[in-house]
Design a binder for this molecule. Structure first.
Ligand SMILES: Cc1cc2nc3c(=O)[nH]c(=O)nc-3n(C[C@H](O)[C@H](O)[C@H](O)COP(=O)(O)O)c2cc1C
Length: 355
């Protein structure tokens, strides 16, 4: 049964609710994709692929760490929660891209029974292979294709996982894909860019139907005991702390692009209330990955129920949330003048009172 309160339309794509299960290791095997569909996700973004052997081999070199607020490693099984962060290195799916796209096409047909979608995700290495796979996705009837031009691991992987900070390059890539793929095209942008909104704008102008923002950031966590880097390397880092940063870019992008252009939030949303927060900042839908990867597929149903509870309480539909907070953001220039107000925030020692 579809809950009318939760329905949204992403551009011209109807979604039964705003929760999209974002790409990650829990969506490498068919079982995970089917579980995500059964658990009620409006769409499931399958693990990403490209033609690079090294990007695939990287899957055999991955490692993941749950990091607590005091920046020490926690127990993966026990210590899950809203305040933990996920640090790790990831790779791309190990089977061939063609085989994976054929599997996704079959699962996407199955997904229609759940009024959902299985989204194919491509991370560019060479443009020619990217176009070839986008053409194949079109031929196979895959309904939604996500192009991730902002995978943080690209910093380490170089040309095997191409990461784009340049809006002109972003636009070139999306434009080429748009020529061969007529289904719903989503562009996923980097969160390490100095101007995420500009990347979003370029992707939109090049023909993307929606922009997903924003990718995680690369980080390094020194371990105080061993003095070694946690996991031995730099890695991608994300946590709920990223949500306000994502919300800011959603809001900036809502202003720069037309307000009805669909944005998909990702990076930092852990529960159903966080989905609402990203929607209030301007997202039409939200991709959740870490919360589901670490917490299991039951998180999907829990988060949808939590969002539904919030909407009931507010007597609103999901679509009513989009951009409400964003549209009330004022500039610094608009703030009232309050001389000496800052004094309330510093200790007495810092004030000239005692001199
Ligand atoms: C272990 C792991 C693997 C990921 N693999 C992919 C991937 O293959 N393709 C992709 O586009 N994003 C990938 N991501 C990024 C997520 O889809 C998501 O955008 C990011 O983690 C931020 O959302 P979150 O805070 O809900 O985790 C991965 C994230 C994690 C944690």
């Amino acid at each position: 049964m579809i809950n009318a309160r939760l329905k949204i339309t992403l551009g011209s794509l109807p979604l039964k609710n705003p929760l999209i299960c974002g790409s990650g290791e829990h969506l490498i095997e068919e079982a995970g994709i089917i579980m995500a569909l059964k658990s009620g996700a409006a769409a499931v973004v399958a693990k990403s692929t490209n033609e690079s052997k090294l990007a695939r081999q990287q899957l055999d070199k991955t490692d993941y760490s749950m990091v607590g607020q005091n920046l020490t490693q926690l127990d993966w099984q026990k210590d899950k929660g809203l305040s933990t962060s996920l640090f790790g290195r990831s790779g791309l799916i190990s089977i061939g891209s063609e085989e994976w796209l054929r599997t996704i096409a079959r699962l996407d047909k199955q997904a229609a029974e759940y009024k959902s979608y299985v989204v194919a995700s491509l991370i560019p290495a060479s443009t020619s292979s990217l176009i070839e796979y986008a053409e194949l996705a079109q031929k196979l009837g895959i309904r939604v294709l996500e192009i991730n031009i902002g995978a943080p691991h690209g910093i380490e992987a170089g040309k095997d996982i191409r990461l784009t900070f340049d809006p002109i390059k972003a636009s070139e890539i999306i434009r080429e894909v748009r020529k061969v793929f007529q289904g719903h095209l989503w562009a996923k942008t980097s969160g390490m860019s100095e101007n995420v909104s500009q990347l979003a704008f370029s992707a939109k102008e090049a023909g993307a139907d929606a922009v997903v923002m924003m990718g995680r950031v690369m980080a390094l966590i020194p371990d105080l005991n061993s003095m070694q880097p946690i996991l031995g390397t730099k890695g991608a880092y994300g946590g709920r702390w990223a949500l306000p940063i994502t919300c800011r870019w959603l809001s900036e992008s809502r202003q720069l692009l037309e307000s009805n252009y669909p944005l998909i939030g990702t990076n930092g949303a852990r529960d159903g209330y966080d989905i609402a927060r990203m929607m209030l900042a301007g997202a039409t839908a939200v991709e959740q990955t870490s919360a589901i990867f670490t917490g299991g597929f039951e998180v999907i149903e829990e988060n949808i129920n939590q969002l539904n509870g919030y909407l009931k309480e507010k007597n609103m539909n999901a679509s009513d949330l989009i951009g409400v907070t964003s549209d009330q953001v004022e500039s610094y220039a608009q703030q009232e003048l309050r001389p000496d107000y800052w004094r309330q925030f510093v200790s007495d020692d810092a004030l000239n009172k005692k001199l």
